[in-house]
Write a protein that binds this ligand. Structure first.
Ligand code: GLC
Length: 751
């Protein structure tokens, strides 16, 4: 209550004094700038380089404290003990010459203790409020131990599921990633960075990392500037607009230039164009890795290139503090550039309120796994699950079902269910599907549990036979398969995307029993599961759903909740189709989907008798599931799409209205999606692009009129002249529940 009074008083004072709070901590705060300049003026070169130096906690607090005392450390990552953090902050604040607080950092990607679905799962919810809530919960738990900086959100556009880090992304789409990324920044940073529960966000990895060639992590990318501008940069621009305090560079070299030394990106785009006033941190040792790139001969050259490109803080490779004094002496680096880097760092430390109070005293037990946090995590998991198939309304499980077989390596895998990038989440707090179903249905149905396989890569044949035997006694089979968490995430690229181990054999063998088979997949990426889907009566796809994944899936399976997730990334039929994404260009010979495929090719077919369009003889053109796809326990009908105008000027805003009806028997939520196609441009344009979406709740039988506002300026793109402009011409527009559905309506933009 006292907080509310304080806020009320603060607001009244603001109104009386006429000054309003800076928008989300960006924009010049004169008082902070004065303090920053005053401090920089006092600092020696070594102290400045100390602020630019980040170490990863190596355990020995005396050693680290000695460096802190000498002013040689600006930030520490991977230290999570509040007592140790307080102790080192005390050394910084009371024993170092200039009393500059440390900035403690951690990878809190989808939760600190309470683990939310992996970001790819959160993206499937198409619910930015959910991402913001998850980030807020993570910030509250993280800041309670003294950590005030997270290396998230990861907003790399990811169109290659071989790449393990697709798990950390919001998927393939520019608009969805931009909206989810900005919401996550706001969740982490709250209304003010100075709030003790706020943590600095760090959108990463700048730039293009998700386009690693072959989906192989750390690999080169070759993204031309126009595509950078139209696809890879927009989510970062939105994150900067949302007030992101820091940005992290990416490991990859793009067109031969490692991002950690790309001055065009870090200065021209980030600083000059976007007016970013936070600080840039390298990725782990990505400064000295420029030696491995063959882009620097030694640590000195690597440090020089990174500092001169605008990387303010070096993560763990310590070349700045080691080499920069010499570089300054040799006039290879200007001390004024070092001053600018230190200003950027100190500005964020001041905004975080660390100079006033770097210490924590919140008893974590009230914060970690708070009931409200768990409830938020469960809701996030519910909304992140996608119903891919539901033959004969197998789901929700009928009340007539009295015996249930629960099987598969992911049915009771508390660690795996949490997903990748979990450093602080604890599997002991995970509620698995088995546990949740036993708790929820234990008195109403008989549950037979036969895991069949111990983990996703298990090839034990005996387990499958036991599950098949057990299935004979069951009315329905609930199989939980997927990936162990280690199979996605950093450095975990896969050349094949089939289910590992004997999981596929398990699904196909269970299908032969003729019993209704519900397959739930928990994974960090789309998998090539066409045959398992064909063998199953119903399929739920749950990207590693986190701590509360079990209760969420139990509610969905028994209909206490209704699936609403949509695919945030294209699901290929086979790896050979990759990269595959919905907003592709048409090409000069677009697939007709009437091509003759492998199985129908006549023997001795004439050379020109096949195709002549862009498709695969063996896989056709379509994916297993397109972007934006997901079923429900009800059905929806879109109708009566009407545009506020069919001809609009470039500075006009269109209102799109349509009716959406729930034509089924249960209340449910539909993710309505709005796509636009620029039919002819100064460059070839994508066949369609997502421009709006909204989650619409409808009671059974209810119909609502829904409207979107679309400024024509949102149709701007970087064109043939490398200018971001709206071009006059004809457009198509769709409103639908999937990127491949709906009937287009046309409109025209006029000069
Ligand atoms: C890793 C990742 C980066 C992470 C950093 C610190 O290598 O690339 O995303 O934030 O190092 O752990």
């Amino acid at each position: 209550m006292k907080d509310k009074i304080a806020l009320f008083v603060f607001t009244v004072l603001l109104l009386l004094t006429g000054c309003t709070p800076a928008k989300r901590d960006t924009g010049v705060n004169k008082e902070i700038e004065r303090k920053v300049d005053e401090l920089v003026r006092k600092m020696t070169l070594e102290e400045k380089l100390g602020q630019m130096n980040q170490i990863s906690s190596w355990g020995n607090i005396e050693d680290m404290s000695n460096l802190v005392r000498k002013g040689q450390i600006g930030s520490i990552l991977n230290e999570v003990e509040p007592a140790r953090i307080n102790a080192m902050q005390k050394v910084a604040m009371e024993e170092s010459r200039l009393r500059i607080p440390l900035l403690i950092a951690r990878d809190v990607i989808h939760g600190f203790k309470t683990i939310f679905p992996i970001p790819l799962g959160q993206a499937a919810s198409f619910n930015p409020a959910l991402a913001e809530t998850g980030a807020r919960v993570a910030a509250i738990e993280t800041s309670s131990v003294g950590i005030r900086w997270t290396f998230a959100p990861m907003i790399d556009i990811s169109r290659d599921p071989r790449w393990g880090r697709i798990a950390e992304s919001f998927g393939e789409d520019v608009y969805l990633t931009s909206v989810m990324g900005a919401a996550t920044v706001k969740g982490f940073q709250g209304d003010s960075l100075s709030d003790p529960t706020s943590i600095a966000a760090c959108p990463k990895h700048f730039i293009g990392y998700g386009a690693a060639e072959g989906g192989r992590d750390y690999n080169s990318t070759n993204i031309p500037e126009r595509q950078l501008r139209n696809v890879y940069l927009p989510p970062f621009e939105e994150a900067v607009k949302a007030g992101a305090a820091t940005i992290m560079t990416s490991f990859n070299d793009n067109d031969g230039i490692p991002s950690t030394a790309n001055a065009y990106l870090l200065k021209t785009v980030l600083r000059d164009e976007w007016k970013f006033d936070g600080f840039v941190v390298s990725d782990w040792a990505s400064v000295t890795e420029m030696i491995s790139h063959g882009f620097a001969a030694d640590n000195a050259e690597a440090a020089m290139k990174a500092i001169n490109a605008g990387v303010d803080m070096e993560m763990v490779s310590a070349s700045y503090i080691g080499e920069a004094p010499g570089l300054v002496k040799e006039y290879k680096v200007k001390e004024s550039d070092i001053d600018e880097a230190v200003r950027n760092i100190l500005r964020i430390k001041f905004r975080l309120g660390l100079f006033d109070n770097p210490y924590v005293d919140v008893p974590q037990k009230e914060v970690f796994y708070a009931p409200a946090h768990l409830a938020d995590a469960k809701e996030a998991a519910i909304q992140s699950v996608i119903l891919l198939k539901n033959e004969k309304n197998t789901l929700p499980v009928s009340a007539s079902v009295k015996t249930v077989l629960i099987t598969g390596p992911m049915a009771d895998a508390p660690y795996e269910q949490l997903g990748t990038w979990i450093f602080d989440g604890e599997k002991s707090h995970t509620i698995t599907p088995l546990k949740a179903i036993r708790e929820m249905m234990g008195n109403e149905v008989q549950i037979i549990y036969e895991p069949a396989l111990a983990y996703s890569r298990d090839v034990n044949p005996a387990g499958v036979a036991k599950a098949v035997e057990a299935a004979k006694k069951a009315d329905i089979i609930l199989a939980f398969v997927g990936e162990e968490s280690i199979l996605s995430g950093e450095a975990h690229s896969m050349a094949g995307l089939d289910l590992q181990g004997n999981q596929s054999d398990l699904i196909l063998s269970l299908a032969k029993t003729g019993k209704p088979l519900v397959t739930t997949v928990m994974a960090g990426r789309p998998l090539t599961i066409e045959k398992e889907v064909n063998a199953s009566s119903a399929v739920l796809y749950s990207f590693h759903p986190g701590t509360m994944g079990g209760p969420a899936l139990a509610d969905l399976l028994w209909g206490k909740a209704v699936p609403s997730g949509k695919t945030p990334v294209t699901f290929p039929k086979m790896v050979g189709q990759i990269p595959m994404y919905y907003s592709h260009n048409t090409t000069g010979r677009p697939a007709t989907r009437k091509e003759v495929l492998l199985k129908d090719i006549p023997v001795e077919a004439g050379q020109t008798s096949l195709g002549c369009t862009s498709f695969y003889l063996d896989a056709g053109f379509d994916p297993l599931y397109p972007f934006g796809y997901g079923l429900s326990y009800t059905t929806f009908e879109y109708s009566n799409i009407r545009l506020s105008a069919s001809k609009l000027k470039k500075n006009d805003t269109m209102t799109i209205e349509f009716d959406l009806a729930n034509t089924g028997q249960v209340a449910a939520t539909e993710v309505a999606q709005l796509y636009v196609q620029d039919k002819v441009g100064s460059i070839a344009r994508p066949v369609k692009e997502l421009k709006r979406f909204a989650r619409i709740e409808l009671q059974a039988g209810e119909k609502k009129t829904v409207s979107f506002e679309l400024p024509m300026s949102d149709l701007a793109f970087w064109n043939i002249d490398m200018k971001k402009e709206v071009e006059a011409g004809d457009f198509n527009l769709w409103v639908a529940g999937c990127s491949q559905s709906g009937t287009p309506v046309s409109f025209e933009v006029i000069d």
